[in-house]
Design a protein around this ligand. Structure first.
Ligand code: HEC
Ligand code: HEC
Ligand code: HEC
Length: 99
């Protein structure tokens, strides 16, 4: 199913539901894509410093109409991390990702 735009071309009809869930506290979600505890993967390094777009790692989330029900596998393999780190000249030292 493709995401539906309203007649205005702006709001998704479910926007109100999302806004309601986001108030009053932090947005609630159940994290299902999670690396083991010995791995350190920082969004700050990737999004804040390296300026990577979310889709680079997560896929074309904007076209999804439901949350993922199983882990996004490409984010959970050391070889996927290393492939990109090599391509982009980021560190491949073990201690970069393992604490
Ligand atoms: C370099 C790759 C990379 C980029 C770019 C990235 N992420 Fe992630 N993201 C990850 C990894 C790896 C995890 C798993 C984190 C963990 O192990 O705790 C994750 C987990 C998440 C989760 C939890 C997902 C779940 O299935 O439970 C959310 C939500 C998320 N990221 C949002 C974002 C958003 C929003 C952006 C863009 C602003 C973004 N990410 C950019 C790699 C990335
Ligand atoms: C699509 C490319 C890409 C993927 C996939 C990716 N990374 Fe990165 N990562 C980068 C880049 C580029 C940087 C360098 C950021 C900078 O300039 O310091 C980086 C930096 C980091 C840093 C910070 C390094 C430092 O010196 O502070 C950590 C930690 C890290 N990545 C862990 C991971 C882990 C763990 C995964 C897999 C779950 C992963 N990355 C997947 C591109 C990627
Ligand atoms: C760019 C990030 C990154 C770097 C650098 C990295 N790893 Fe990993 N490593 C991961 C991630 C993510 C996992 C968890 C997923 C998996 O097991 O593939 C992992 C898992 C592991 C595991 C557990 C495998 C298992 O079967 O449970 C070992 C052992 C390991 N790494 C050793 C190393 C060594 C040794 C180095 C240096 C030569 C290294 N890693 C460098 C990201 C990285």
């Amino acid at each position: 199913m493709r995401p539906q735009l309203g007649a205005s071309g702006l709001a998704n009809p479910r926007e109100a539901q999302v806004r309601e869930l986001a108030v009053p506290g932090p947005f609630r979600w159940t994290q299902i894509t999670r690396n083991p505890g010995h791995v350190y993967a920082s969004h700050r390094a990737h999004v804040g410093i390296a300026k990577l777009a979310c889709e680079t790692c997560h896929g074309d989330v904007a076209t999804w109409t439901t949350p993922p029900t199983e882990p996004v596998q490409q984010l959970l393999h050391m070889s996927a991390c290393l492939d990109c780190h090599r391509r982009r000249g980021a560190s491949t030292w073990c201690g970069t990702c393992h604490r």
